[in-house]
Write a protein that binds this ligand. Structure first.
Ligand code: NDP
Ligand code: MG
Length: 383
């Protein structure tokens, strides 16, 4: 029986993964949360893991006090060290990285170094350090299975084919809640407008990223590293219905696409059961009920975050780290009503322009640049 740790088990992906696991023969050995200890406590009684980590120290103490030790023997650890302990537990075969943000970087590196396969939802890790993560995974003989729906689609379209014969990868984007709006119309959009995604129910950070199109920008960088591609071979197409999850064009003119309901449990399951496809009862597509499948060009003039991601990728080095960290800070400001929607790309652009790029960075360089970026944004934009 395969054994798994779930980093970020209380989040949107984490909870859906636990749902998927009900149908799989896998044992959960480790879980982690940041603040939601009420939900983590329920998960502990249900799944009886060996160890759980709570990154917030106070909350970890509170959980230790609450936990009914007559029911479970789960150990509670805390902080980033706790996350790393859960990510590297001896018997674990695969780690699902479903925490949000580049805080996932160190536990992911530790898991790879401990020889664990990775089911990767935490795209920020690959955006900020793909240049280090992919060779590290190769060196340790571990697989990185994509959970992100677009990357799972591409991964599925590549099965049984020769990656050398790929001409282009086409990432589909829903366009988010503001598709079709002009810059002027975006000036006054509110937080609740931005949190209202048309097709997917997700955590707040990625929902804002979807509204700015930064999510697609991060995914372009994620795809570059996962599939070892050149920027020129990556294209983004807006497909508002989110039925085609992405496509691969081969050099003979054939397109392979992966389709399905917008349901993250499908790519989560494939990442956990690859190469097997296990029967489930998730909702199937009704093709005759689909009215239109439409496609349009992304509006990179209005949604500048997507262009900024392409720029960061072209500039290489630590620019993607700055892009990602500045975006995390900007999204936080926006979520706290401390900046406007259109300030988000402005904050990122200013950070990227102020940064002195480091080519071929080490992990320490990346962590330092992350700190620099967060301080730069806080210094300029926080009251
Ligand atoms: P959520 O916000 O729903 O969940 C985030 C998880 O990370 C929670 O378990 C949360 O704990 C934990 N967490 C938050 N902050 C920290 C921190 N500082 N240190 C450690 N853990 C922390 O996010 P999602 O599930 O939506 O997204 C998770 C990742 O998956 C992201 O990288 C996202 O881009 C990616 N992804 C998500 C998709 C989706 O459909 N949701 C689709 C594709 C990719 P707590 O709740 O206890 O505070
Ligand atoms: Mg996605």
């Amino acid at each position: 029986m395969k054994k798994i740790s779930i980093l970020g088990s209380t989040g949107s992906i984490g909870t859906q993964a636990i749902d998927v696991l009900k149908n799989l023969k896998m044992e959960v050995l480790g879980l982690t949360a940041h603040s939601n200890i009420e939900l983590l406590e329920q998960q502990i009684y249900e799944l009886q893991p060996l160890v759980v980590a709570v990154t917030d120290h106070e909350k970890a103490l509170e959980l230790r006090r609450r936990l009914r030790t007559n029911l479970v023997e789960t150990k509670v650890v805390s902080g980033i060290e706790g996350l790393i302990e859960v990510a590297t537990l001896d018997e674990v075969d695969i780690v699902l990285t479903s925490i949000v943000g580049m805080v996932g970087l160190r536990p992911t590196v530790a898991a790879i170094e401990a020889g664990k396969h990775i089911a990767l939802a935490n795209k920020e890790t690959l955006v900020t350090a793909g240049e280090l993560i992919m060779p590290l995974a190769k060196q340790h003989g571990v697989m990185i299975y994509p959970v992100d729906s677009e990357h799972s689609a591409i991964f599925q379209c590549l099965q049984g084919n020769n990656a050398k014969e790929v001409e282009k990868i086409i990432l589909t984007a829903s366009g988010g809640p503001f598709r079709g709006k002009t810059i002027n119309e975006l000036r006054n959009v509110t937080l609740s407008d931005a949190l209202n995604h048309p097709n997917w129910s997700m955590g707040k950070k990625i929902t804002i990223d979807s509204a700015t199109l930064m999510n697609k920008g991060l995914e372009v960088i994620e795809a570059k590293w996962l599939f070892d591609l050149d920027i020129k071979d990556l294209e983004v197409v807006v497909h508002p219905q989110s039925i085609i999850h992405s496509m691969v064009l081969y050099q003979d003119g054939s397109y392979m696409a992966q389709l399905g309901q917008p349901d993250m449990r499908v790519p989560i399951q494939y990442a956990l059961t690859y190469p097997k496809r296990i029967k489930n009862n998730f909702q199937r597509l009704d093709f005759t009920g689909l009215k239109d499948l439409t496609f349009e060009k992304p509006d990179q003039g209005t949604f500048q975050c997507l262009q900024l991601a392409f720029d960061a990728l072209a500039r290489k080095g630590t620019q993607p780290t700055v892009l990602n960290a500045a975006n995390e800070e900007a999204v936080n400001l926006f979520l706290n009503n401390q900046c406007s929607f259109l300030d988000i790309p402005e904050i990122i652009l200013q950070s990227m322009d102020a940064h002195r790029n480091i080519l071929e960075p080490t992990l320490d360089d990346i962590l330092e640049v992350e700190n620099w970026t967060r301080n730069f944004v806080k210094g300029r934009w926080s009251e």
